[in-house]
Write a protein that binds this ligand. Structure first.
Ligand code: ADP
Length: 718
């Protein structure tokens, strides 16, 4: 549908432009060092941040630090960031390999310059601290440091895999996961799709649904079309080779100026275990270019009315490029929020719904991601740690309910756009709105991942300043300068800002002495070179998990099932459970009995595994994948705890399994202690033949813990 796109995001790696040339010339190590103290995202709800155009997040740049004590005058008494015992600390720059950054290179370069980190654009013979990949975890062979991709993420967010993962959660928690439109995976669920639609139409005759058909692995609206009836599916041709997700079309979206729009939000998965999620306080809103009308047979094909993809709408004559980040066909999300709040919309509630959607979606994705992770980076094998920026595409319904459209593993980080000079002749020009949002996201992701970070109490003054300044005090000139303008211009703005900030400080008598005069750029230059953080705005990324973990932990049932699955995988590097592993799981968790024999266990394994493998998913390995294991687990739970709702059945069975495994672990611990002490217990110790590594099995419990679990379990059952 529509012309070919230009933003290479969420597409298969093949669609990325070729990598930059890589003569591995070793660059000299930097001589000067600069500390980079860590700043945590503040807990302020993004609402307040986005409640005016250019509010923090987008213009989070407005929040700067560095003008407080120690900037001038009291340097002798206040130890400055980067100084120890009065002498500047010399610390190596963080090193970043950008040789595989591809289309995110430009934004990455700007971020690294702001951070004063050391870029290795052609790679490096020695290991780098951070590897920035444009496409996937596998772009480089890395054995240490950090990489900005998780293994398996691209696979996990494909339309079909995401739909399956969310559907599993919908089975368990239908209310909590109703932010994802009802979906069917074709061709395998075509009969189900037809039957369910017929049933719904019969029960609700006025219902005139529309469906959106999306090819798996597609991006930029490619191959997407709308239909009014299941029989309109283009089944001919290669549906088998290119499966699709069919989704209920949200026909009443929220409109602004009669136009449909969606939201691109950037989410940082900082760590998988323990789970850490951050959300960017500002994102992008991408507008359609034709006024919206509810779908009819006549307008179904009007791409510019129904699809918000930038890559499509940019080809419309109505597309508005704007130098102002708060207007035009692509603008900041904060400007949309501002507009909504001025109309009385409860922005706090909206943000909280969005945060909840993001956390729940990540909780749906992470169990299988852990299976990929242990397969690519088995415990005990050298490997990097991972983090990843994800692009969440969200649609707001007319009633302001956010709906998840998709997740992009490789959201476009381009900060320029194509402009058609004459028909067919294009030129790349800077895109201020992309630059503003994306550079901040990359830079602050790097700040959060800073391997050299050290909590420096001395710097807290600076951080406090960051968090106390009312946003309304900033005018556009005082914002962080556009990234295209560098020091020294920014120094001047910085000093003006320092005065405003200091004047606002509660401690005005103290800070008065410390005011930086406009133009005292030497001092600023010195400060910034010693502490690049001093020149940076507050983080645009806000932690939402574990911050809100308490509210969401009850949803982590599949996560606990994945832990059981991984424990019984056995062989390092595998992602599928063999029949022996499944039997061992049943035996160790004491799940077979007179009414459920081991023969029935084998039948269950064969039935479910065969069906999942026939769905044309990954055929490289034989065995039971996590989703099949989850289905088998549901069956076992339903057999055992008939009368409960599904999530309670499953939770009870997980408790039961974890309890028995805890007992087993304890026995093993006692056994291994015995071996060490007496070297005689081997005869009585029955190994189960599993490969247990510290990362894949539950921590060994001491007697007390196991005993507590037993009591808990009894209480739970009674
Ligand atoms: P792609 O990866 O090809 O961009 P998306 O799932 O993002 O695929 O869909 C493309 C566009 O179609 C979205 O940006 C949105 O405007 C529209 N869209 C997708 N799903 C729905 C839906 N269920 N209801 C309404 N509009 C949708």
């Amino acid at each position: 549908m529509g012309p070919p796109g230009i933003e290479p995001e969420s597409c298969s790696p093949a669609q990325e432009p070729p990598a930059s040339p890589a003569p591995p010339a070793e660059e000299p190590e930097p001589s000067e060092a600069a500390p980079a103290p860590q700043q945590e995202a503040e807990g302020v709800p993004p609402v307040a941040q986005g409640s005016r155009p250019g509010g923090p997040g987008s213009k989070g740049q407005a929040k700067r630090c560095g003008a407080g004590k120690g900037s001038r005058g009291k340097r002798g008494s206040t130890r400055r960031a980067g100084e120890e015992g009065g002498r500047p600390a010399r610390r190596a720059h963080v090193t970043v390999d950008s040789s595989k950054a591809k289309t995110s290179l430009e934004a990455l370069k700007i971020s690294l310059r702001q951070l004063r980190w050391k870029e290795f654009p052609f790679g490096r013979r020695l290991p780098c601290d951070i590897y920035w990949h444009g496409v996937s975890f596998h772009d480089n062979d890395i054995f240490s440091g950090q990489v900005n991709k998780f293994p398996g993420m691209t696979e996990m967010v494909r339309k079909i895999t995401l739909s399956r993962a969310v559907r599993t959660m919908q089975d368990l928690f239908p209310e909590e996961y109703n932010f994802y439109p009802q979906s069917w995976i074709l061709p395998e669920e075509f009969p189900l799709f037809v039957a369910e639609v017929r049933m719904m139409k019969e029960s609700d005759p006025p219902w005139k649904p529309t469906f959106i058909v999306k090819p798996d692995g597609g991006c930029q609206g490619d191959g997407i079309y709308l239909i009014k009836d299941p029989s309109d599916i283009r089944l001919a041709g290669n549906l088998q080779s290119r499966p699709v997700v069919v989704q209920e079309y949200i026909s009443k979206p929220l409109l602004i100026d009669k136009l449909k729009f969606d939201i691109r939000l950037y989410v940082l998965l900082k760590s998988l275990e323990p789970l850490e999620i951050y959300i960017a306080k500002d994102g992008l809103s991408r507008f359609c270019t034709e006024p919206y009308r509810e779908p009819t047979l006549k307008n179904l094909h009007q791409v510019f009315m129904h699809l918000t993809n930038y890559s499509l709408n940019i080809h419309s004559g109505n597309f508005i490029h704007s130098d102002n980040v708060n207007t035009g066909s692509k603008r900041t999300f904060s400007s949309v929020l501002y507009r909504l709040s001025s109309k009385g919309v409860d922005i706090k509630k909206l943000w909280s719904d969005i945060i909840s959607l993001v956390i729940k979606t990540v909780l749906a994705l992470t169990p299988e991601l852990k299976v990929y992770y242990q397969s690519d980076i088995p415990a005990g094998k050298p490997g990097p740690t991972c983090f990843q920026i994800l692009g969440f595409d969200i649609l707001l319904m007319k009633n302001l309910k956010p709906v998840l459209l998709e997740v992009n593993a490789n959201p476009s980080m381009r900060i320029e756009h194509e402009q058609e000079l004459s028909p067919g002749v294009f030129e790349n020009v800077p895109s201020p709105v992309d630059e503003e949002i994306k550079v901040a996201v990359i830079r602050d992701t790097l700040r959060l991942m800073d391997p050299h970070k050290k909590k420096r109490k001395d710097n807290h003054l600076c951080i406090l300043f960051n968090f106390n300044l009312p946003d309304t005090c900033m005018d556009s000139k005082q914002r962080f300068p556009p990234v295209s303008s560098r020091l020294p211009q920014s120094n001047l703005q910085f000093s003006k800002f320092a005065i405003v900030r200091s004047q606002l400080s509660e401690n005005s008598s103290d800070t008065k002495d410390d005011l930086l005069e406009p133009g005292s750029t030497d001092q600023l230059e010195h400060d910034i070179s010693k502490n690049p953080e001093a020149s940076l705005p507050s983080l645009c990324l806000k932690q939402v998990f574990p911050k809100y973990a308490k509210q969401f932990n009850y949803l982590r049932l599949v996560d606990r099932m994945a832990a059981l699955f991984i424990r019984f995988l056995g062989v390092k590097g595998t992602m599928k459970l063999g029949p022996t592993g499944f039997r061992t799981f049943i035996r160790n968790c004491k799940l077979s009995n007179s009414s459920f024999s081991m023969a029935s266990v084998d039948i269950l394994y064969i039935d479910i595994t065969r069906r999942w493998n026939s769905m044309g998913l990954d055929q490289r390995e034989s065995g039971m994948c996590l989703q099949a294991f989850v289905e088998a687990f549901f069956c076992l739970a339903q057999r055992r705890y008939k009368s409960l709702p599904l999530h309670e059945q499953v939770a009870s069975l997980i408790d039961f399994c974890e309890y028995h495994l805890a007992i087993l672990d304890e026995k093993r611990l006692v056994c291994s202690r015995g071996i060490t002490e007496r070297r005689a217990a081997l005869v009585t110790c029955q190994p189960d033949g599993l490969h247990l590594t510290p990362a894949t099995h539950a921590p060994l419990l001491n007697r007390m813990t196991a005993a507590n679990k037993l009591t808990d379990y009894r209480n739970y059952r009674s």
